[in-house]
Design a protein around this ligand. Structure first.
Ligand code: NIG
Ligand code: FE
Length: 409
C-alpha cells in the first residue's frame, strides 16, 4: 500500500510510456497521480490493493490508450493578421522566398503584429493553443519573431508566456528576434544583429520568459555567420539554442547548430550528410516540420534514413504559423510525418513526446510516463495508437490531464 492515498487512479487502460523505441507499452495497466506528479504506474495486476482503497478517485478507461501529454516543440502561434494573400500568390505560382523578398511573407505578419495590442494578440493565440490541446498537447513552445524591434519582440514573449493562463498547456517561450532582417535595417544588417545581441537578448533575460534563442538561418534571413553570433550570445546567457536550419537551401545549418551546442536544428530539408554526422556527434535533435514542407510544396525531404541510422533524436512539431504551416491539427502532422517523410508511427509518436521534451530541455520532467514526472496525460479513443497517425479526422482525444488536473474538453 502507498503511504498516502493517490489523488487519482486510471484503470483498464493500456499505457504507452515512451521509454523505448517501441513506445514502452504496458498493456492492461494502471497509472496514478498525486498532486502534479505521476505517483505509480504498472500492470493493473500489480496494484497493491483494490483501486478504491488506493486513490480518492478511480477512473476506469474502458481499454483506451494513454500517452504522455503531447509536446509541440516548435510553434509561432502568436501573430497579428493572416497570410491568405500569400496563400493565393503561392497558388498562382510565386515562391515563398520570392514573396518574402518582395516584402510579403514574414514581414507582412510583422506589420500586423506591431499594430496589434497585447489583448488583440492574445485572444487568437489562446484559441490556437486550445486547438492544439484538443489534440492532447500539454506543452507548447511559442516563438517571438514577428516583432523584429525591441518593444514588439519583448511584447510577444509576454503574450506567449501569458497564454499559460488562458488554457491547459504549459508554455515555453523562445526568442526569435532573428527571424528576418527588418527593412529599417536594410543596408546595415550588422546593426540589427548588434541590437539583438546587445539589447534584445539581455532584455529578454531580465524579463525572464524566454527559455531558448532561435535564428532563421537562410539566404532570405540570416547568414551562418550572423546566426552563429546570435546563437552564441543567447547560449552563453543560458538559453537553449535552436536553429531554423537548411529549410530552403543548404546553409550548413545542421553543422552550425552542432558547433554552437544548440539543442536542435529544425526543418532540415537541405541538410547534408556531413550535417547529419555533426548533429549526431554533438547530440543535436532534428525537429521535423512536415506541415511546412507540405504547405510550401517543398521539393526535398529531410534525410530521415540517414538521421535514423546516425542515431539522431527526431522530434516532430506543427510549426503552427500563418505563412508556412497554418496547421494546429496534430493528427495531420503525424500523418504527414509518416506519409511524406517516412517516419514510422512509433517515431512520430515519440517525436511529439519524449523527443520533443529533449528539444525543450524538459526530458527530466515530462515526455515519458514515469513516476515523478509531471502528470500530463492524454487518453485516446483508439484501438491501436497507430490510428493517431492513420486517420485524418477529428481528434480522438477522450480525456486530458495537465499538471495533475483533468481538463474540460
Ligand atoms: O518555421 N522558416 C521560418 N519561419 C517559419 C515561417 C514563418 C512565416 O512564414 O511566417 C517556419 O516555417
Ligand atoms: Fe518555424
Amino acid at each position: 500500500m502507498p503511504d498516502t492515498r493517490w489523488d487519482r487512479l486510471w484503470t483498464d487502460v493500456h499505457l504507452a510510456t515512451m521509454t523505448d523505441p517501441s513506445l514502452g507499452i504496458v498493456r492492461d495497466g494502471a497509472i496514478a497521480t498525486s498532486g502534479d506528479r505521476i505517483a505509480w504506474l504498472g500492470k493493473a495486476a500489480a496494484l497493491p490493493a483494490a483501486p478504491e482503497q488506493l486513490a480518492a478517485e478511480v477512473i476506469p478507461c474502458g481499454g483506451a490508450w494513454l500517452t504522455p501529454g503531447f509536446i509541440d516543440c516548435h510553434t509561432h502561434i502568436v501573430f497579428g493578421g493572416d497570410r491568405t494573400g500569400d496563400f493565393r500568390r503561392r497558388l498562382r505560382g510565386e515562391s515563398y522566398a520570392g514573396i518574402a523578398r518582395a516584402g510579403g511573407g514574414i514581414m507582412s505578419t510583422v506589420r500586423a503584429t506591431r499594430e496589434a495590442s497585447n489583448e488583440e494578440l492574445t485572444a487568437p493565440a489562446a484559441a490556437r493553443a486550445r486547438e492544439l490541446s484538443a489534440w492532447g498537447v500539454t506543452t507548447i513552445e511559442v516563438k517571438s519573431g514577428y516583432g523584429l524591434d525591441f518593444d514588439t519582440e519583448l511584447r510577444m514573449l509576454e503574450v506567449a508566456a501569458g497564454l499559460a493562463h488562458h488554457g491547459p498547456a504549459d508554455i515555453s517561450p523562445t526568442l526569435l528576434a532573428a527571424h528576418t532582417v527588418p527593412p529599417e535595417y536594410a543596408g546595415r544588417r550588422d546593426d540589427y544583429v548588434r541590437l539583438v545581441v546587445d539589447e534584445i537578448i539581455p532584455a529578454a533575460l531580465d524579463q525572464g520568459h524566454a527559455r531558448a534563442i532561435d535564428v532563421f538561418c537562410e539566404d532570405i534571413a540570416f547568414t551562418p555567420g550572423e546566426s552563429r553570433a546570435i546563437l552564441e550570445a543567447g547560449i552563453a546567457a543560458g538559453l537553449h539554442g535552436r536553429l531554423h536550419a537548411d529549410q530552403l537551401t543548404d546553409q550548413g545549418g545542421g553543422a552550425l547548430a552542432a558547433a554552437v551546442g544548440a539543442r536542435s536544428a529544425d526543418h532540415l530539408e537541405y541538410l547534408s550528410r556531413g550535417g547529419v554526422h555533426a548533429m549526431a556527434e554533438a547530440d543535436v535533435c532534428a525537429v521535423l516540420l512536415p506541415g511546412a514542407a507540405y504547405t510550401l510544396g517543398a521539393d526535398r525531404r529531410p534525410p530521415v534514413g540517414t538521421l535514423r541510422r546516425a542515431g539522431v533524436t527526431m522530434a516532430l512539431a506543427t510549426d503552427a504559423n500563418p505563412g508556412s504551416s497554418p496547421i494546429t491539427n496534430v493528427g495531420m502532422i503525424l500523418n504527414l510525418a509518416c506519409i511524406l517523410f517516412g517516419l514510422t508511427p512509433e517515431e512520430a509518436l515519440l517525436g511529439f513526446t519524449a523527443s520533443a521534451a529533449k528539444v525543450l530541455g524538459l526530458e527530466h520532467d515530462r515526455g515519458r510516463l514515469e513516476p515523478g514526472k509531471r502528470a500530463d496525460l492524454a487518453l485516446w479513443r483508439v484501438g491501436d495508437l497507430a490510428e493517431l497517425c492513420y486517420w485524418m479526422g477529428p481528434s480522438p482525444l477522450k480525456a486530458l490531464v495537465s499538471d495533475g488536473l483533468p481538463v474540460g474538453l
